[in-house]
Design a binder for this molecule. Sequence first.
Ligand code: FES
Length: 146
Amino acid sequence: MASTRRQFLNRVLAAGVAAISAYIIYPVLRFLTPPQFALGEQETVVAATTDELKPNSAKFFKFQDKPAVLVRLPDGSYKALSAKCTHLGCTVSFESRKDDFLCECHGSEFDLNGKVLRGPAARPLPVYLVSIRGDKIYVSAGKQAA
Ligand code: FES
């Protein structure tokens, strides 16, 4: 009888030690194992098809859960930028007459390379990579080659 009680207590103690060990070791292993990719950094989206945009026009789309804009330049090439104003986060609009982006919240203006033309925004709009495969225009994170 005493042996049975001792065995029972040993099993309860062993189960408790195993549970506490798992509780401590699992987060440590999760911390030490790097994620397969950083969320959003490798995302590529189809922003448009090649027949969608006329020269000197723009299309807004979602990229990494934020507004982005694809612009077809007069020479037929494309630019993709974040459309989220770097001042307080309003969505900019494309001004085809002036070839720039205007934030109507507080009046910031950006050129087609994302450079600030007029504040209060102090940082440029992030520029994304554009690649064309077949009839699809892909946009991915990273800087556009100059
Ligand atoms: Fe764009 Fe303030 S949010 S200028």
